[in-house]
Design a protein around this ligand. Sequence first.
Ligand code: TXA
Ligand code: MG
Length: 344
Amino acid sequence: MQTQIVNADFKESIKLAADVIRSGGLVAFPTETVYGLGADATNKAAVAKIFAAKHRPAFDPLIVHLANTKMLPSVVSTIPEAAQSLIDVFWPGPLTLVLRKAKEIPDIVTAGLHTVAVRMPQNESALALIKEAGGPIAAPSANSFGYPSPTRVEHVIEDLGGKIDLILDGGVTQVGVESTVLDLTCAPPSILRPGGVSRESLARILGKVSVSSAEEGEILKSPGQMKQHYAPRAKVLLFGGKRREKVIKTMQKKIAELQKGNRIGIMVPEEELAHFTDTDGIVLGLGSFATMEQVARELFATMRALDNRGVNYIFALAPPKEGIGLAVFDRLFKASGSQLIEVD
Ligand code: TXA
Ligand code: MG
């Protein structure tokens, strides 16, 4: 299949993409978080193509994307009060709500669950596409299953070129990590995946909110959450601990140990760059932990860049689990196969 790539800024591109969606095809499109791979959420055959193109297992449900809240009743059966309050504050934006599903949504979208994940992205092209297509679009991230999510059009081409109909090129995505997935069918509401909207800002609206991911022990308890995900081909070694100096020393020691016969990649915030040199490996800065939004924006692209340079180990430093740092930690932790190297 020939994959057509068009500029998302043009009206004609949106029209073309909406035609593809309406006729049951696949379109990769930008959102504020990462690129999504979209199909008509009410068309079973089209949604099946998403799973095939990504090599995604059928048990992993998709997020349904809306252009406005008028579309919500065709996706969910009830809108609890808490959902409405969150929608008022965070939509459009990187918050996905898990609610009871409406019957219009086929089982393939939700992997047979009675719940559905739904969000309204904060990206003009995405909203225009959904509006023009005339209904909700089911879309996972537009990467091969398990690989880091795409934040640039090149990443989509790398993973899905030749396998999908169209890519809307909307440049680099703003947030860089995926949306926060919040389950509102339990009490207290539970964060299934930390993301672009922080736990702290959700707690401000909801009061109590639990996190069923990112806290190391917890991940293993919740079924459906994979121990390894968002992972580059290289083995990710994630280091953390309270005393930064000691953590860095441990990283340096491990690098020296692995140097022989390996190609090492190092991915650290700018403030730690001085501790590593070209003789250690390929060293890439990742923004500053003081501006974690920037780290989030660069995270997946940096993992892919190191992979493309043929490293077989990636050394990374765990960020503090505050604000969007929790999402960055979660992605690094999953990329490491859920193995944090704690230095104390
Ligand atoms: O930012 C994002 O969320 C991006 C953009 C494209 O919107 N999408 C995205 O989709 O990251 P995906 O498929 O890569 O991740 C969706 C997550 C998965 O972890 C999936 O298991 C979970 O949402 N999910 C979907 N439906 C669910 C449901 N009914 N109950 C619980 N978890 C659900
Ligand atoms: Mg994904």
